[in-house]
Structure formats: C-alpha cells, structure tokens
Design a protein around this ligand. Sequence first.
Ligand SMILES: Cc1ncc(COP(=O)(O)O)c(C=O)c1O
Length: 399
Amino acid sequence: MHSPLLALCAALALLAPPARALLLSATLPRSLAAPASAAASVAAEAPASTFSTFAKDMHTPCPIPAAGIAAATALMESGRLYRYNSPSPAECPVCEVEERLKAYTGHRHCLALNSCGSALYLSLLTAGAKPGDKVATNAFTFGAVPSAIWHAGGEPVYLETADNYVVCPDTLEATLAREEAKGEPVRFLMLSHMRGKIADLPRVAAICKARGVVLLEDCAHSLGVTFDGEHTGHRALSCGVSSQAYKMLNSGEGGFLLTNDAEVYAKAMVYAGCYENLMSKHRDAPPQSVFDKIDVLSIPNLSLRMHGVTAACITPQIDTLDARIKRYNERYARVEKAIRAMDGVRSVPVQLPQVGIVGDSIQFDVLGGANGLRNVEEADRFLELAKERGVTMGRFGHP
Ligand SMILES: Cc1ncc(COP(=O)(O)O)c(C=O)c1O
C-alpha cells in the first residue's frame, strides 16, 4: 500500500518555460541533487542563497487568453450573463463551451456547471443514488469527492490505493464482495482519477458490471488523459471535469458533467436549473421523447448552472489543450528523470502503458528510515527547503 506520509507532489503545469529551465538545469541539480538525496539536503541545511531559485509563484494559474478576456468583456457589456438570457443558443457562450468540450472528449453530451463537485453530485443523483446508498471511492483523492457523495446522501466506502496511486482491481473486487456478504451492497463506484493516474479501467468496469455497480468517473484531474486512445470518462455512466484554477482549464471555479446517455443529460439539465421551457435554449436540446421518460416535476432545481463569463474564459483554453499537454509531458519526462536520479527517492509512480498522460504535476515517494527522511519533521523540513528555492510541494494526506 502506498504510504501517504512521504508522498510528495509538485505542480508542473504552472511553470513557464524560462523558469522551468531554471528549475531543471539549476534548481533541481543544485538544490536537490547536490546533496544527492532528500535526507542529505535536510541534514546539510545549506542556506538557500547558495542555490538557484525558481522565481515564479507555482500557485499562479495560467492567465485567461486574450480571446477569453475579450469575449468576457463583450458579454459583460451586453449584460447577458445568465445562460438562458442569450438571444439564441448559437450566441450563448455556455452552449459554445459545452459543444467545444464534448468535441474534445468525444462525449455525446456536456452540461456546464458551477463546479466539478456539482458535476459529481449530479452524476450520483442522475444515476439514481438515494440517501443511504453505499458509494465506493478511492481513499486517495481530494475531499470534494467524498463530499459529493455526502451531498447526495450516500455513504462512502473507501478503497485502498496501490503503490501507483490508483485503485487496485483486486481490492475493489474484495471490497464489493465484503459489502455484498454483509447484505449492504455497494451501488456506485465514484472512481477518482486523482492526479491524472488511471486505474486498470477495463478491469474496473468489468468488475462493476458483474456486480451491478454503476461506475462514475471523477475526471477533475484527467482532462486530456486517455486510456487505449479514448478520453477518460467514457467507461462511466457520466463523469465530472473541473475548471477550478489549478486544473487544465482555468476559470477560477467551474465544472462539467459529460455523458453518452441522453436521459442522464436531460435529468442533469433539470437538476442544474433548466426549468419550464428553457430546454429549447440549449444548443444540445434532447428531444421531448427523452424528457417524457423522466419525471421532470419531481426533480428539484438546485441552481448549479455555469455563469456566462466563466464559459467565455474557458472556451479558448480548449483550443490550446493538446499543445500544452505536449509541452507539459516533455517537461514531465525531464523532471521525472532528475527526480529518479536522486538518492532517497523510493519511486515515481508509473502509469499503465495504455494511459496517455498529462504531466501537469509530478508525485514521488521518498524513502523513510535510516536512508531517507526519518520522520514527519524531516519531511516537512525538506518541503520548506524546496519552498525556499521556489518549488512548492505538498505532502499527501497533510495540509
Ligand atoms: C480529485 C478532485 N476531484 C474533484 C474536485 C472538485 O472540483 P471543483 O473544485 O471544480 O469542485 C477536485 C478539486 O480540486 C479534485 O481535486
């Protein structure tokens, strides 16, 4: 099992090219590799001034492209910020971003929302989750995921994580069997692709199918990540994508529910706040026959719609996803090589060969004990020393 105590994570997507070169050619070799190990760097306590530092604040997200700023400004000038206030679906920026994102991921339907947490919540509701239902999910994920389960009234059942940070199919199988034997079967799996790390999706999907468990995917960290050439989120009934500031799309806040199921999409529209005859204001409006199959009047309006300005900020970022992913992955390969060369590093998780990665952040495990960081204090000191050099890293499981 993966030890969260000494797993470290650094964001790479936020490094602009010139500064990144400094990180790789100077900061990494001199601050991290000169002491040649995480432990030695703590023991040496060398003053930060002797090292090159990385100047950019790694928590600064990518700026909104000029086209996004212009579209947002024009929208504000028009006053038509509410998605259902656009003169027509063809002119609606929220419809536009939905079309563009679903073209990117290959899903049939996309609903823009105020966050990915809302998308996960609606994934559960539209899949039929009821209060008290058991929902399995990764133990290693972000709090928004069990929070979405809580929001839907579900009971999370946590799955341990393997060394490569993903849910192990054998653990999944054993957990589902255990809960079934208790007479309290798990009804849903909310599989979180935490940090873009992808489990053995075909096996996970097959296990869920065999046991009647509905698979849902949290793609907050996996926009652009593929499995066997297919974008993530297609094995599930529906999935959520985030455009919160630290993701591949940045609108500060925002999210999307994507699905290939017209009924799920129609229900999600109504839950999100598409009321009365507003369905016709969607560019992708399901036919009446789909709404006839769902009890629209029994669905509450939860007001989870995306704001027009949010959509305007996101749309031009979709165009640059592939080029950015290429750059991030080249950078990832270089940083990964340097980290692997450090003494004291136990592992950098390796993804399955079927996965097309997005290297916007990097994680690694450091050794504990005599040859590594001996305790939590040393781990924290290591992080402090990295921070003094401008490299922000986190220790998993600890704020
Ligand atoms: C793994 C994971 N899932 C879901 C979410 C929820 O995304 P949002 O902030 O858009 O609600 C986050 C947020 O950072 C996340 O890290």
